[in-house]
Design a protein around this ligand. Structure first.
Ligand code: KIV
Length: 256
């Protein structure tokens, strides 16, 4: 399945846009299966589910537990797992960590930056989604990257290197739309944008942003398709009111 699914993603470049959604648990995975081309078990898990300050706080144990849950809910999806911060400092660690993620349900892994590590993983037959531009695990501030010519040239150079080193796709995060467009034209593997304009081959969105469930940090590019936080708040208040008034459970909800 893995090889075929990845070949399908490669064939989509220039023909059909690729949708990628993050996911962290079983029930959401069941709802997303069939409705996104790729599921990313992102380390945004740390921010939106676990309440950590930074994605760098996500451990391998955190990642494996949530990855297994997503795989149980989305048996037929192409699943990419983020490599936790500190788990791919050298090729030995990277290979060991990536193998753990694959054994626990991932079809491919995503480290941030590190073209050399991508090459080593590829040599082991591990599929890699690369990640360039803003790299949240190590970023000092969360703003547009690649405005300066030197940075833009470096990102373009690294994108070509990722392609040469065997990545099957590249996430481009928070870079100017014109740079993302140039990279998309100059490499043969799909680019997946987040805050990188509409010319990328695909787009990734953090699930809790799509649902309107995570109010702490709302970048301009994070489109919400609903306001689930408000719906949950209202449902919880309605439930509490019914309990206090003795309206819940009613006769139909009473067993025997
Ligand atoms: O962890 C994540 O959600 C990600 C996306 C922002 C690409 O890496």
């Amino acid at each position: 399945m893995r090889k075929e699914a990845i070949e399908k993603i490669l064939r989509m470049k220039g023909k059909e846009k690729i949708s990628v959604l993050t996911c962290y648990d079983y029930s959401f995975a069941m709802a997303i299966e069939g409705n996104a081309d790729i599921i990313l078990v992102g380390d945004s898990l740390g921010n939106v589910v676990l309440g950590y300050e930074r994605t760098a706080n996500v451990s391998m144990e955190d990642m494996l537990r949530h990855l297994r849950a997503v795989r149980r809910g989305a048996k037929n999806s192409l699943i990419v797992a983020d490599m936790p911060f500190g788990s791919y400092e050298n090729s030995k660690d990277a290979i060991q960590s990536a193998k753990k993620l694959i054994e626990n349900g991932a079809d491919a892994v995503k480290p941030e930056g590190m073209p050399g590590i991508v090459k080593e993983l590829n040599k082991e037959g591990i599929e890699v989604m690369a990640h360039l531009g803003l790299l949240p695990q190590s970023a000092k501030k969360f703003s547009l990257v690649g405005k300066l010519q030197d940075d833009a040239e470096r990102i373009l150079r690294e994108a070509k290197e990722m392609e040469k080193n065997g990545a099957f796709s590249i996430v481009l995060e928070s870079i100017p739309a014109a740079l993302a467009s140039e990279i998309t034209r100059k490499i043969s593997i799909p680019t997946i944008g987040i805050g990188a304009g509409r010319e990328c081959d695909g787009q990734v969105l953090v699930l809790y942003d799509m649902l309107g469930l995570y109010p702490n940090f709302k970048p301009k590019f994070a489109r919400s398709y609903m306001n689930l936080k408000e719906d949950i708040r209202k449902a919880a208040a309605d439930f509490s009111r019914d309990v206090k008034k003795g309206n819940f459970p009613d006769d139909k909800e009473t067993l025997g």
